[in-house]
Design a protein around this ligand. Sequence first.
Ligand SMILES: CC(=O)N[C@H]1[C@@H](OP(=O)(O)OP(=O)(O)OC[C@H]2O[C@@H](n3ccc(=O)[nH]c3=O)[C@H](O)[C@@H]2O)O[C@H](CO)[C@@H](O)[C@@H]1O
Ligand SMILES: C=C(OP(=O)(O)O)C(=O)O
Length: 430
Amino acid sequence: MDRIRIVGGKELNGIIPISGAKNAALPLMIASLLTSDTLTLENVPHLADVEGLVRILGNHGVDIAVNGRREHQDGSYARTIHFTCRTVADTTAPYELVSKMRASFWVIGPLLAREGRARVSLPGGCAIGTRPVDLFIEGLTALGAEMEIDGGYINATAPKGGLIGAHYTFPKVSVGATHVMLMAASLARGTTVIGNAAREPEVVDLANCLIAMGAKITGAGTSTITIEGVPSLSGARHRVLPDRIETGTYAMAVAMTGGDVTLTGTDMTLLDTAVEAIRRAGAELSAVEGGIRIIGHGQAIRPVDIVTEPFPGFPTDLQAQFMGLMTRAQGVSHVTETIFENRFMHVQELARLGAKISLNGQTARIEGVSRLRGAPVMATDLRASVSLVIAGLAAEGETMVSRVYHLDRGFERLEEKLTRCGALVERISD
Ligand SMILES: CC(=O)N[C@H]1[C@@H](OP(=O)(O)OP(=O)(O)OC[C@H]2O[C@@H](n3ccc(=O)[nH]c3=O)[C@H](O)[C@@H]2O)O[C@H](CO)[C@@H](O)[C@@H]1O
Ligand SMILES: C=C(OP(=O)(O)O)C(=O)O
């Protein structure tokens, strides 16, 4: 099992190319199930989750062709992938495949819309909370589907003639359930209005791709999305939007280590709330042509309280990294997690590096320390892992992060990107 060894204490200086967003690429890939034409996606990151979904889509009959060579852009390797699902070969998404990744459950939407039925295993994903699927069941039921749970699977059946447009308001904001409703309603008969929809940029990206495929969608990016169903969708070419979580992660790393880094291929407007928090912590961020420049001062980090919220609030996927940054603040800060009930697994690992954190329900109190010291730590989930990496970059001495397969789910060529900016980071494959 691979480990990552970090020798901390170096400033970061240089350029970090930001990859396409994992959380946009996954639903976009799944949208290829909605059409018999080819959906071409550019800027697809090379990640374990993407590879896992390639296997799942292959099982449903999607033919997948990666451009012979990956295009070289400012030192990053984005791939263009063509997805063609002439006919759906199998409407079952089995446990062995779905249990590894939460997003693979989302195939339920297109399979149901196109084939009238789907049998999909209940999902897995990061162990950050119970993560139920009740909102998917309610939403698809509102479109006329019959949904039953049987032996760890959801059996979904559309009415004769297909799903039927409806008005449905989510009782709680869900990114995944919004993606699924968008895809399912695009091929339903009549008009669907989704209330309390997720407003995340990845939802807008999916909607834009579906529109390019012929869907009639308005309001994506607001809480009310209207979808007028169409009988069929065509192929399209679409570029995956930049990864705002990767962007925020590297910005926090620089804020913590100090240095001067330009993040290219990304856009500040994707993460306003996080940018504001990092600025309040004392780093300088500015929009430059094609990206964001960040100047960190390392030592003089100010304490900042944050509360995670659905977009446009502070993203839960940056909570662990921000807590890492706050471990070295000059004072006490509070981090409150409102999205997932068990997303504090990094607390005990950060403590191994010398962080002083106490938990009270969903709020962590972080008392900043003047220095962290390297130690062996264990990655527990995707974002927790990277918080350990950035804390390790700012710690004195050696930090060894084990179980880095979590990291490989969502960070493309992390060691290489950091090393190019002067960090001492290496992967050790045992
Ligand atoms: C692949 C992907 O894009 N993953 C992201 C997506 O996950 P995901 O789409 O799984 O997260 P959701 O937005 O659905 O979850 C938000 C909250 O709703 C709850 N919920 C969700 C569905 C449901 O049927 N019932 C229910 O109660 C969840 O347990 C959680 O408490 O959005 C999360 C919130 O921004 C991010 O942390 C994940 O990185
Ligand atoms: C929680 C995440 O992923 P998933 O929803 O796939 O578990 C994440 O990207 O931080």
